[in-house]
Design a protein around this ligand. Structure first.
Ligand code: HEC
Length: 712
């Protein structure tokens, strides 16, 4: 007891100091701070953490539904709500923003153009206040909107009628390109700094990090993740003009950022450069793609950086915002930043100096054999912590799933695949484990920021990576089919049969479901996980639609001339996001297929690791827990709980965060591929979560559900 007090006392003092700094103060042990869930994932350090203590390991099994809100739109919600005072703000599956009474779930306002339904994925929204102004900022398509938090009405002083086009801060050449944002911006003083989602193929927009003034919508600063001539790193792209390339782009921050408000430093993980899997047009290390950037939040000036994957050929973007936490080394407390990766690593740095807190080795990796490609000779591997997911080079023939009915044929496929770590893409299949989505994924890791513990949920799904030669394609293919192969095949497959198990629908017979106009609209704007292709000219788009409707023989010469496919700028292309599955559609490697780990970042050692989630068909046969695919993150309480849904099996679970023991589970009406929020109103504490389902072929839902303790 006394020891505990001695630890806490200096922290309390520190916290008081922080508190006096105002709105963006670092979370400490202050209950008032945690009554709200003001920021995406709880706080600017993205800790997913709360000191509220009404729920405890002893009583969590008594949680019941306090209220449910039925959104007007059904479908996937990745959204983690924010709660300010007694109001919960969220975004629906069709990207409508809403405000609810956080005690009852009663709707206060709804905003969004219901005529132009953008159906994308949104992870939430941001809040800003100054004097009497209170605003909600969120994105719909390429537009960032500023709304009055009380009424949901657009704020007339922001941009044009309450919105700015995110492309307004990018070079002129990107005006027709696909640029949206699915992750809430980070608010610092009167600035909002925006994540971007852009194309991952050829013709991607550059992924500049942009800060906008919240009072006006004007660009305050931009950091060029693909450096312009004269800027550091410009010489790592093979061509000084790559930043305005018509083909190469991205290196965007799509996963969101973390902020240290006291030090005024922004931590920004950047994604891979596009095109993703062929790098012959971007020779070199490709700074600042796949990096963690520490930027001065006032100016965007680079303070330090670390690159996790050099010249990325595997789409190894850091998938989540970093976590800010404090670790102890030799009796000293160090402000640290931890970044989880798709590869299954946690990289830990001193937040100020950027020095790694566990050694990182540059290890030699296999060289590419694709003509025109030069893979980077080494990749960084942290010596600690050990990876939180198995990696392809760990697998042996004994790791084919014991539940697979077609073991022998899976074994043949397995033997043929290249399983070396960082095996470069080639004309032969490479087994990618963890898969394209990680390892860690966008829901992010939770943390105990005071004690330096990280809680990471991860996927352990093997996928294939294989390239094909573009020129090998039959020149006799119609222009529509050539365009299809260039832009669409990677997800919808060469034969248009899609990959339903990966979430990519079949386009066979699409004409019976959608009109030509609807298809053209979806191609331009994108939908859900599908990016938009606004850069396609009318002729290309017409040819593509005719190909999908199988009406090519009927095709007329349009005003813009006869249909012509624009040649693919890369000599090789990716053949598709294929999962390694057995004949039952279950993962072809042995479980666990999804996991949850608690890692002590003071020592780099694991506290525990468990499979996360159940495969219903195997559970029914009495098999042990397999863990399942999961998207969405945990929420952690100071007094010992970890809440997480995320799993395909549709449960919300509570674990003892010190031991990993399951304490409670609740079957949701649809899976929640989202991160919960914890808050208090009127003395009562709640946990809220969005359950939209749809992903991974699950049922669609539309509810936000809040849980609380039943009255004694
Ligand atoms: C990154 C993967 C990806 C790429 C690339 C992609 N799509 Fe899609 N596509 C999807 C997903 C996912 C959906 C389901 C979207 C939803 O409903 O949320 C979809 C849905 C569609 C649909 C609607 C199908 C239906 O029955 O409702 C059409 C049409 C379509 N895509 C056409 C295209 C065309 C044409 C291209 C190339 C220009 C393309 N897609 C490129 C992933 C992709």
């Amino acid at each position: 007891m006394i020891r505990q007090f001695l630890c806490v006392f200096p922290l309390l003092l520190l916290n008081l100091l922080f508190w006096s700094c105002g709105e963006n103060s670092a979370p400490g042990l202050d209950q008032a701070y945690y009554r709200q869930w003001r920021h995406y994932l709880g706080d600017p350090g993205r800790s997913h953490y709360s000191t509220l203590s009404q729920f405890s390991p002893e009583n969590v099994a008594r949680l019941t539904v306090a209220w449910e809100y039925d959104s007007p739109d059904f479908g996937q919600m990745q959204m983690s709500p924010i709660i300010i005072d007694s109001v919960l703000y969220g975004v629906s599956a069709a990207l409508r923003a809403f405000a609810l009474d956080a005690r009852t779930g009663k709707r206060l306002w709804l905003f969004g153009d219901s005529l132009k339904v953008w159906h994308s994925t949104s992870r939430g929204l941001s809040y800003w206040e100054s004097g009497k102004d209170r605003r909600i900022l969120y994105t719909l398509g390429p537009d960032l909107w500023s709304l009055d938090a009380r009424t949901g009405k657009p704020d007339a002083s922001f941009g044009q009628g309450g919105r700015i086009d995110l492309r307004s801060g990018l070079p002129e050449s990107t005006r027709e390109k696909f640029v949206i944002s699915n992750t809430p911006g980070t608010v610092f003083k009167d600035l909002i700094i925006m994540p971007l989602r852009v194309s991952e193929g050829a013709a991607a927009a550059p992924g500049d990090i942009m800060a906008f003034h919240i009072q006006t919508g004007k660009l305050a600063w931009a950091f060029h993740t693909i450096p312009h001539p004269g800027e550091m790193g410009n010489d790592t792209w093979g061509n000084p003009d790559t930043y305005r390339s018509e083909v190469v782009g991205a290196a965007n921050n799509w996963a969101g950022m973390a902020l240290d408000p006291q030090r005024e430093i922004l931590y920004v993980p950047t994604g891979s450069a596009a095109p993703d899997f062929y790098g012959g047009l971007r020779r070199g290390q490709n700074l600042f793609a796949n990096s963690l950037l520490a930027l001065d939040a006032n100016s965007g000036t680079l303070l330090w950086h670390y690159q996790f994957t050099h010249h990325d050929l595997w789409d190894r973007d850091p998938p989540a915002p970093p976590n800010l936490l404090t670790v102890e080394r030799g009796g000293k407390r160090i402000a640290a930043v931890a970044q989880t990766t798709k590869q299954g690593y946690v990289f830990l740095f001193d937040r100020v100096s950027g020095e790694p807190l566990f050694d990182i080795e540059e290890r030699p990796v296999p060289a590419s054999t694709l003509p025109g490609e030069t893979s980077w000779p080494t990749q960084p591997i942290p010596v600690k912590p050990a990876p939180f997911a198995r990696q392809s080079q760990d697998l042996t023939e004994a790791d084919i799933s014991p539940y697979a009915p077609d073991r022998d044929s899976l074994l043949q496929v397995f033997k043929r695949a290249d399983k070396r770590q960082y095996a470069p893409p080639s004309l032969e299949p490479v087994l990618l484990l963890p898969g394209y989505d990680g390892g860690a994924e966008w829901g992010g890791a939770g943390a105990d920021p005071e004690k330096g513990i990280l809680y990471v949920n991860a996927n352990e799904m093997a996928w294939f990576l294989q390239m094909e030669e573009v020129a090998a394609e039959h020149a006799s293919l119609s222009p529509g089919e050539q365009t299809y192969r260039r832009y669409c095949m990677v997800c919808h497959q060469a034969g248009r049969q899609g990959m339903p198990a990966s979430g990519f629908p079949s386009l066979l017979g699409v004409g019976s479901r959608l009109t030509a106009e609807e298809i053209a609209g979806q191609i331009a704007a994108g939908k859900g996980m599908m990016p938009g292709f606004p850069q396609l000219g009318q002729a290309e788009r017409n040819a593509l639609v005719s190909f999908l409707l199988q009406q090519e023989d009927k095709q007329e010469v349009s005003e813009s001339g006869p249909s012509q496919a624009v040649p693919d700028p890369t000599p090789f292309r990716h053949t598709g996001y294929n999962k390694f599955l057995d004949a039952n559609g279950l993962p072809a490697i042995s479980p666990p297929w999804g996991s949850l780990s608690a890692i002590d970042l003071n020592t780099g050692e694991y506290l525990w690791q468990i499979p996360l989630g159940e495969t219903d068909s195997l559970r029914a046969l009495g098999y042990p827990s397999t863990g399942v695919e999961n998207y969405g993150g945990p929420a952690v309480t100071q007094n010992g709980l970890l809440f997480i849904a995320a799993t395909k099996d549709g449960y919300l679970r509570a674990f003892n965060r010190h031991t990993g023991a399951l304490l409670w589970e609740y079957k949701l009406p649809a899976p929640a591929f989202a991160t919960p929020a914890i808050y208090e109103v009127g003395g009562k504490q709640y946990l809220a979560i969005a359950c939209g389902g749809e992903k991974l072929g699950t049922e669609k839902g539309n509810k936000i559900i809040a849980f609380s303790l039943e009255e004694p």
